[in-house]
Design a binder for this molecule. Structure first.
Ligand SMILES: Cc1cc2nc3c(=O)[nH]c(=O)nc-3n(C[C@H](O)[C@H](O)[C@H](O)COP(=O)(O)OP(=O)(O)OC[C@H]3O[C@@H](n4cnc5c(N)ncnc54)[C@H](O)[C@@H]3O)c2cc1C
Length: 400
């Protein structure tokens, strides 16, 4: 007998796991399919530092995930400059009546917190390790999935298939949904660094021709570093010894955080934007990176993916699983947030990378205007905190 579930989530990464937890109170029979073995965190839960917007922190607390994090470092100030341009933009959370704009969490710590919380979820079948290999509509109108584990193939049916399987989504391909792809020709290096001036809650972002050099505050007296380099230079940078690497960072970032003293192991990520042309197919929907993978400048990827997941849960509660209205209203509700976040992160990545003199002048003027116009800064801050589009209930501010 083929197994049947109400919802099958492919991908137990950041968004898929959050969705499984958010569906806990729906009373539905939910399953998730994850390629990484049980007891092992999927590789995406690595040492990257994630900055979570205020709306994300609120939702994670309400889902009972936040309480399991070992550490989360508040971002109280954001300081942005562009190498070679005039001006800076400094935003303080206090100006907006807040303690913090959001918090910095390492992906590995977040993965542990999700695992702990997910272990408490009943009504959840885990196919793990198992790889999604294909899907089609069955004769009874439900979604048929084929999954593979240890060389054996198995078929499962779902009333709704959710593709949360990341940038190279096999679900997206199986549904025949095309994706537009853009290569920024940049590689981001990520590691932990120590400098002579320990973190004070400031997130520093120095934009450059080949991406940002950013320092995110952590609670262990280190910073989470991101350093963008041209793709054709990445192998040379990866081969640098620690002293040469620290000298490079000092040159790229300057002295605002003091002297760069030590660095942890570096990981690297090629920068691609992959945007699905549609979010849905009959009885199937794409969420998170499977729907849109964006440049990390602006730190919006997971924040956006979580809002995808929570909106879907709300729409399931409203419409149930068996009407096309479910996915139509879902896609409509996600439109504005998705478009605005995509154009914000893409625009920032492209404009900040442009070395032209005219563009540099425009950017300097833009920075000046932004620095002196509280209303504009306020809009930017609200977007950064996740207040975009039709927000799901769990992300909304609690009115005192
Ligand atoms: C350097 C860097 C810094 C970032 N910083 C931030 C930040 O500060 N803030 C922020 O919000 N976002 C940030 N992001 C983006 C964030 O990491 C992504 O948005 C997030 O990981 C997307 O989650 P997801 O669950 O959609 O996909 P993923 O996290 O990629 O998870 C996909 C899951 O699907 C599984 N899978 C894949 N294929 C299959 C298959 N065929 N069968 C079964 N399972 C499968 C994988 O094992 C994985 O567990 C950053 C990204 C990078 C690279």
């Amino acid at each position: 007998m083929e197994k049947q579930h109400d919802v099958v989530i492919v991908g137990g990464g950041l968004v898929g796991s959050s969705l499984a937890i958010a569906l806990e109170s729906s009373g539905l029979d939910v399953a998730f399919v994850e390629a990484a073995p049980a007891g092992e965190l999927p590789p995406v839960f690595d040492e990257r530092n994630l900055s979570f917007a205020e709306t994300t922190c609120q939702a994670l607390a309400r889902l009972g995930i936040w309480q399991h994090l070992r550490s989360a470092s508040p971002i109280r100030r954001i300081h942005t400059t562009r190498r070679g341009d005039f001006g800076k933009v400094v935003m303080a959370a206090r100006e907006y009546g807040r303690e913090a704009f959001g918090h910095v969490v390492t992906a590995s710590d977040f993965g542990q917190a999700l695992e702990t919380r997910i272990a408490q979820v009943g009504n959840l079948q885990r196919y793990r390790p198992a790889r999604f290999v294909g899907s089609w509509l069955a004769a009874n109108g439900l979604r048929q999935l084929e999954i593979e584990s240890g060389g054996e193939r198995q078929r499962v049916q779902a009333r709704l298939l959710v593709g949360a399987d990341g940038m190279q989504s096999a679900v997206r391909q199986a549904l025949g949904i095309a994706a537009e792809q853009y290569d920024y020709q940049q590689v981001l290096f990520v590691c932990r660094v120590r400098t002579s001036r320990p973190p004070d809650g400031t997130a520093w972002e120095r934009l450059g021709e080949h991406g940002p050099t950013a320092l995110l505050p952590r609670l262990d007296r280190h910073y989470g570093l991101v350093h963008g380099v041209a793709a054709d230079e990445a192998d040379t940078v990866a081969a640098l010894d620690e002293a040469a690497w620290l000298t490079r960072l000092q040159e790229a970032f300057g002295w605002r955080a003091g002297r760069f003293l030590a660095s942890g192991a570096r990981s690297r990520y090629p920068m691609l934007r992959v945007v699905a042309e549609r979010l849905m197919a009959p009885r199937a929907v794409l969420l998170g990176n499977a729907a849109q993978s964006i440049h990390p400048l602006g730190a919006q990827g997971f924040n956006l993916g979580l809002r995808d997941a929570l909106t879907l849960v709300e729409e399931i509660g409203r419409h149930g699983l068996d009407t096309p209205q479910l996915l139509e209203t879902y896609a409509e509700r996600r439109r504005q947030d998705r478009e605005r976040t995509l154009s914000f992160s893409d625009g920032m990545a492209k404009i900040s990378a442009n070395p032209g003199l005219g563009v540099s002048l425009m950017r300097s003027i833009g920075m000046g205007i932004l620095a002196n116009t509280p209303g504009l800064r306020g809009q930017l801050a609200a977007g950064g905190m996740g207040y975009r589009g039709d927000l799901p209930e769990l992300c909304r501010e609690v009115m005192q």
